[in-house]
Design a protein around this ligand. Structure first.
Ligand code: MSP
Length: 497
């Protein structure tokens, strides 16, 4: 059985989760679920990034200890992921003892290798991005990435010989064209590397909220956090687990953290002589009114509120359907509502509801026999659904959803054209069977995207038990058993105003 190791970034615990965080998480969940349906041995890692100056500052403004704030926020993330049906295998917190131990061990390992030296960091630091800002990039003392005021630091520090890996990185990127995704990001990364890499301070003397090592240095939060991808599968403590999954097949990140993941992270792996991830893919940002989601501007959209009004699957659907993965998207409530009503309430919801209503009124609520149908078109279309697996694996989620909705549209059209309500029982039976079977296949391919909805459709069709076992490995037409009792119920996506 082949393995599939997938990771998300670790979310900072200074603030509560918003739809930007939900986006990364849902995207990873869809791929993890999809690979499981293909029969792979999947390990899906996520978690929270709990150290550093930013979290220390946020906690003190709330009169909490950093650990208290981390406990509180990590629990919020876990609760939200539960609501969103995120199927992670491990939720890692960087304050866990096993992670802290691993970070210290890696520090020693690269030290022994000769990749660390003691020096002094003198320059700017952005607490919000937790990044060292070269003076050439400062704009009037403001961080070029977030626009906030940078602080000046002068402190003793251990430096990682990042500059040593410049050529390794460039040739690795050249030889592995899939390593950086989307493709258009590659140039920005190689230009940055060609501009010259400077050694990186990986300790902070001025921040005590971190993994402490000798002489009262704490580990720089990004060095600590990046190592989660190793400690998440027990590097240096459980060789069996580690060898089973290493290296990651896909790592999801947002476009704001590309340099950390495409430059620093692979350099650390070079230093440790470990194979590099297959693909590091950066998605775009959700913006509101053209601007980055920000608490101070009051543009935070709470995923919990959307879920309580529309359900988890509606949010999952919207995030992945609305914009091509990799590009930025504009979030607004009217756009969300429109997408919900047209695709979920009208197209999918209505197809299910009217089919079930017809079965209820004309077929005593039972799946009719498929005999006598000579309609091959809808069957053929439905059997093209496995084609979406390619789109999912290419991370073209919106393309996959568009293809599924083409089948939903075709089934709605088929129902309109055949008008089974005007046909005899004998003629109407196969028509409704075909639509029911199409709905079963649609639900099957919705399993990774809309896990609750696909289950609901199966329950309504009376096939909840066997549907659980159905996967992407063997896709057949005709598995809906004639005579099975359906459950009409209320529309699964009621129209909203
Ligand atoms: N803690 C670091 C990551 C360390 S990984 C070793 C971090 N955390 S974060 O909470 O700021 O961001 C986590 C993820 O959420 C990032 O991938 C980021 O791009 C994503 N998003 C945060 N805001 C976002 C939007 N508005 N839109 C889309 N994704 C965004 O960075």
């Amino acid at each position: 059985m082949s393995k599939f190791y997938i990771t998300t970034p670790l979310y900072y615990v200074n603030d509560s989760p918003h739809i930007g965080h939900a986006y990364t998480e849902v995207a990873a969940d869809v791929l993890a679920r999809s690979e499981r349906l293909l029969g792979k041995d999947v390990f899906f890692l996520t978690g929270t990034d709990e150290h550093g100056q930013k979290i220390a500052a946020a906690s003190s403004s709330l009169n909490l200890s950093p650990k208290e704030l981390a406990d509180r926020t990590a629990a919020r993330f876990q609760k939200l992921w539960e609501k969103l049906n995120i199927s992670y295998d491990r939720f890692l917190r960087t304050t866990e003892a096993s992670h802290e131990k691993l970070v210290r061990e890696v520090f020693d390992k690269i030290h022994q290798k000769g990749d660390l030296y003691l020096g002094t960091y003198k320059g700017s630091y952005c607490i919000s991005c937790e990044s060292y800002v070269p003076s050439s990039q400062l704009k009037e003392n403001l961080c070029p990435d977030c626009g906030r005021k940078a602080s000046f630091l002068e402190e003793p520090a251990y430096f990682f010989r990042l500059s040593k890996y410049q050529e390794f990185l460039l040739s690795y990127i050249r030889e592995n064209p899939d390593f950086i995704g989307p493709k258009f990001r590659e140039k920005e990364v190689t230009n940055f590397i060609r501009g010259g890499l400077t050694d990186l301070s990986i300790t902070r003397a001025g921040c005590q909220w971190g993994i402490l090592i000798k002489e009262n240095f704490s580990i720089y939060v990004w060095f600590d956090a990046l190592l989660n991808y190793l400690s998440g599968i027990n590097y240096l403590s459980d060789a069996k687990l580690f060898e089973r999954y290493w290296p990651p097949d896909v790592q999801f990140i947002g476009k704001d953290i590309i340099r950390f993941h495409d430059v620093i992270w692979p350099a650390i792996l070079f230093s440790l002589s470990l194979p590099l991830p297959g693909r590091i893919f950066a998605h775009g940002w959700w913006v509101i009114g053209g601007e980055k989601i920000s608490k101070s501007k009051g543009t935070v959209v709470s995923p919990e509120e959307i879920i309580s009004e529309f359900g988890a699957d509606s949010l999952r659907y919207f995030l992945l359907r609305e914009v091509p993965f990799g590009l930025d998207g504009e979030y607004s409530s009217p756009v969300f509502l429109k997408r919900y009503n047209s695709d979920l309430a009208n197209d999918l919801g209505n197809l299910l509801h009217r089919s079930l209503s017809l079965l209820e009124t004309s077929f005593e609520g039972k799946i009719p026999s498929s005999c006598g149908s000579s309609d091959e078109k809808l069957k053929e279309k439905s059997l093209s659904l496995p084609g979406i697996i390619k789109s999912i694996e290419a991370l073209k989620y919106n393309e996959a959803l568009i293809k599924i909705w083409e089948i939903v549209g075709a089934a709605n059209k088929y129902l309109d054209e055949k008008s089974p309500w005007r046909l005899s029982q004998k003629e109407a039976g196969p028509v409704l069977y075909n639509v029911g079977e199409t709905l079963r296949l649609v639900a099957l391919f919705l399993k990774p995207f809309l896990p609750e909805t696909s289950k609901k459709i199966a329950q309504r069709l009376g096939i909840a038990g066997e549907f659980e076992e159905q996967n992407f490995r063997e896709v057949k037409w005709g598995l809906l058993p004639p005579g099975r009792r359906i459950k009409k119920g209320e529309p699964i996506f009621p129209r909203k105003k």
